[in-house]
Design a protein around this ligand. Structure first.
Ligand code: R1P
Ligand code: GUN
Length: 305
C-alpha cells in the first residue's frame, strides 16, 4: 500500500479507525449548498476573529446560516458570525465563511477543518485564510499583517491532525509535501498590494502556530513558542491550511497582529478579546481592500481552470 489507495469500506478494521475521512456527510453539505445557489466559485475566504466584516464585500449574496447546512458545525467564538456567503467579490464568484471553528469550542480537529473539504467538493481552487494573532516576533507591531510563509503544527506533533484516519483520495493523497503549503506568488502579490496602498511597512512575513486555547498564553509559554521560531500565535488556521493543501488548493493565509505577546511579569496588562476586536475593527477598511484585490488576482488565475 502506498497511501494513495482508497481504503474505506466496512471491514472491521476500518470500523475501529477514526471515521473522520467519511466522504458522504461532507458531500451532503456540499450538495445542499450547490442545490441552493447558482454560484460556482473557485475562490474562497475564511474570516478570522473580528474580520467577518470582509463579508460586506460580497455582492448579491446567497446567505446560509451554518445551523441550516447539514452536518456543518456552528460558530460560538466571539467575532464569528456563523454563516456562509456565496456571491460576487470584486467581479469574482466567491464562497466566504463568516466564522470558523476552534478546538476550544469543543469540536474535534477534523470538524474544525471539515468546511475546507466542503469547499473542495464545491469546486474551490484558491483559498484565503485570515486570523487574528498575537505578535511574538519583537519587530512586529499591533496592526501589522503577517503573511504566513509557514506554520508549526503543534497539535500534529502529538497526532492531533485533521488528516488522520481512513484514506479517501477524493480528498487528496494521505502523504504529501508541505514545504510550499503557502503559495509564494500570493505573498508577492499581497506585498505589492500593500506597498501600492502605502502600507508596505506593515507587511510582514513569518511562521504561525496554533495553540488549543481558549486561554491566552502564559509568559513562559510565549517564551517557549518564540524559541521554537514562531512569529505569530493564534488558535486556528493550521488545520484548515493542511486540509486545503491536501485537497490541492492554492493557499494564501495572513495574520492580523491584534496584540503584543507580553512576556514581562512586571506588566499588568494581558491579552484580551476586547483588544483583538478593537485592532480588527481599526484595520478592517485596509483589509477589505487587500482581500478584494487578492480575490481579483485569484479570480483571473482560476478562470482558466
Ligand atoms: O484565529 P481566529 O479565528 O482569527 O481567532 C483568534 O482570536 C481568538 C482570540 O481572541 C482566538 O480564537 C484566536 O484563534
Ligand atoms: N493564542 C493566541 N491567540 C490569539 N488570537 C489573537 N491574539 C492571540 C494571542 O495572543 N494568542
Amino acid at each position: 500500500m502506498n497511501g494513495l489507495e482508497r481504503t474505506d469500506g466496512d471491514s472491521p478494521v476500518n470500523e475501529m479507525r477514526n471515521q473522520s475521512m467519511h466522504f458522504e456527510p461532507v458531500n451532503e453539505s456540499a450538495q445542499y449548498l450547490l442545490q441552493r445557489t447558482k454560484y460556482r466559485p473557485k475562490v474562497a475566504v475564511i474570516c478570522g476573529s473580528g474580520l467577518a466584516t470582509l463579508g460586506t464585500l460580497v455582492e448579491k449574496p446567497d446567505v446560509f446560516p451554518y445551523e441550516d447546512i447539514p452536518n456543518f458545525p456552528v460558530s460560538t467564538a466571539p467575532g464569528h458570525k456563523s454563516r456562509l456567503l456565496f456571491g460576487i467579490l470584486n467581479g469574482v464568484q466567491v464562497m466566504l465563511m463568516q466564522g470558523r471553528f476552534h478546538l476550544y469550542e469543543g469540536y474535534s480537529i477534523y470538524m474544525c477543518a471539515m468546511p475546507v473539504r466542503v469547499m473542495h467538493l464545491v469546486g474551490i481552487k484558491s483559498l484565503i485564510v485570515s486570523n487574528a494573532a498575537g505578535g511574538l516576533n519583537s519587530k512586529f507591531k499591533v496592526g501589522d499583517v503577517m503573511m504566513l510563509q509557514d506554520h508549526v503544527n503543534l497539535q500534529g506533533f502529538v497526532g492531533i491532525n485533521p488528516l488522520a484516519g481512513r484514506t479517501d483520495t477524493r480528498f487528496g493523497p494521505h502523504f504529501f509535501a508541505t514545504n510550499h503549503a503557502y503559495d509564494r506568488k500570493w505573498r508577492a502579490k499581497c506585498r505589492q498590494i500593500m506597498e501600492d496602498l502605502g502600507l508596505g511597512d506593515h507587511c510582514r512575513e513569518g511562521v504561525y502556530s496554533m495553540v488549543g486555547g481558549p486561554n491566552f498564553e502564559t509568559p513562559a509559554e510565549l517564551r517557549l513558542l518564540r524559541m521554537l521560531g514562531i512569529d505569530a500565535i493564534g488558535m486556528s488556521t493550521v488545520h484548515e491550511a493542511l486540509t486545503a493543501v491536501q485537497c490541492g488548493m492554492s493557499l494564501f493565509a495572513f495574520s492580523l497582529i491584534t496584540n503584543a505577546c507580553i512576556t514581562d511579569y512586571e506588566v499588568d496588562q494581558g491579552a484580551s478579546v476586547a483588544e483583538v476586536m478593537e485592532t480588527a475593527h481599526n484595520r478592517e477598511e485596509d483589509l477589505k481592500i487587500i482581500v478584494g484585490r487578492l480575490v481579483a488576482a485569484m479570480g483571473s488565475e482560476t478562470q482558466a481552470l
